[in-house]
Ligand binder design. Structure first.
Ligand code: NAD
Ligand code: MLT
Length: 321
């Protein structure tokens, strides 16, 4: 009899979904979260498959001697916590769950947008502290305002749909999406400088990479409309946080809503503590529905690859043979 197929789950996933998967009997599942990065290389090599969310950083070091490891599943969309080149060199396939949390991320983005427009977190905190400050929290309507969406993938498109429902003008920039496709989605295509110059709200929905790190730097922020607001529910490194802090300090930007940060958790006394900043702790995908969806989907994908070689939504090359 051959050895059982072993799968490690190294970040918290929906517990009921994990329980159901573990008790299916097809594979042996071990849940071990919070692994010390120094221990990770020795741990991962004992498993055929591994499932992560964004907490585990699967570095080149962790993959240098992969042992039994053949597949890593990411319960979510961004794979920037996994060294894809190292995985490819080690013959390890990486898969994700594109779309599984797009609605959750889009709904969170819209919640941030309306919160920015009406200062909801600041006003609510003030009232709980006993202050009835109706004048301080004069807001702005979003109807008729312009929303610029940078990145017209799964989340960006869901955001566009909802923003149009709120009667916003929607502009979009994505070098990999044709103007015709953008127009079909009701999004007016723009270059990045034009989008920044025309938008009252700018929202980011693209992956982080060497090319996109600090896409929103001091120059991009200076190109934004005075009094505009920035939302980042994608990845922290997309925005130069020091430049954003300066623009808020000077009043060039009226506010920013951030779900993601260059360093997570961020310094509470830094950007997060500024009065014009609304911040949430990387909650974009944190709905019960999305977490059940991505957990169930990635566990099945990893299992199928190990049991019959089917690779779905691989983000690096699948070894042949
Ligand atoms: P996606 O791959 O479906 O879409 C990304 C889009 O970005 C693509 O259309 C791509 O063409 C575009 N893009 C790439 N480079 C670009 C550039 N330089 N300028 C403009 N557009 C560019 O991904 P998605 O599922 O829509 O996710 C978008 C981002 O949101 C990712 O960074 C993902 O990790 C993040 N995300 C965060 C949360 C959260 O919890 N906050 C939840 C889901 C997704
Ligand atoms: C993603 O890229 O899918 C998000 O960051 C959500 C998560 O934290 O899993």
């Amino acid at each position: 009899m051959s050895d059982p197929v072993r799968i490690l789950i190294s970040d918290p996933l929906d517990p009921e979904t994990v329980e159901r998967f573990s008790s299916s009997g097809d594979v042996e599942v071990v849940v071990q979260t919070g692994i010390d990065p120094a221990e990770l290389p020795a741990v991962v090599r004992q498993y055929h498959g591994m499932v992560v969310r964004s907490g585990t950083r699967v570095t080149a070091e962790a993959l240098a001697d992969p042992g039994l490891l053949r597949v890593i599943g990411r319960a979510g969309s961004g794979v920037d916590n996994i060294d894809l080149d190292a995985a490819t060199a080690a013959g390890v396939v990486v898969m994700n769950t594109p779309g599984g949390n797009s609605v959750a991320a889009a709904e969170h983005t819209l919640a941030l947008l309306t919160s920015l427009a009406r200062h909801l977190p600041q006003a609510a905190t003030d009232l709980k502290a006993g202050n009835w400050n109706r004048k301080r929290y004069m807001g702005t309507e979003v109807t008729g305002k312009t929303l610029g969406i940078v990145g017209l993938g799964r989340v960006g498109r869901e955001v566009a749909l909802r923003a149009r429902g709120m009667h916003m003008e929607v502009l979009g920039y994505d070098p990999y999406v044709s103007d015709a496709v953008a127009a079909e989605l009701g999004i007016a295509p723009r270059t990045l400088p034009d989008l920044l110059a025309e938008s009252d709200f700018v929202t980011l929905h693209l992956p982080i990479s060497g090319d996109t790190r600090h896409l929103i730097d001091a120059a991009a922020i200076a190109a934004m409309k005075p009094g505009a607001r920035l939302i980042n529910c994608a990845r922290g490194g997309l925005v130069d946080e020091a430049a954003l802090a300066s623009a808020l300090e000077s009043g060039h930007l009226a506010g920013a809503a951030l779900d993601v940060f260059e360093a997570e958790p961020p310094d509470p006394d830094g950007l997060v503590g500024m009065p014009g900043v609304i911040a949430t702790p990387h909650l974009g995908a944190s709905t019960r529905e999305a977490q059940i969806r991505v957990a169930a989907e990635i566990c099945e994908k990893v299992k199928n690859y190990l049991l019959d070689g089917t690779a779905r939504d691989a983000v690096n090359p699948v070894p042949k043979g």
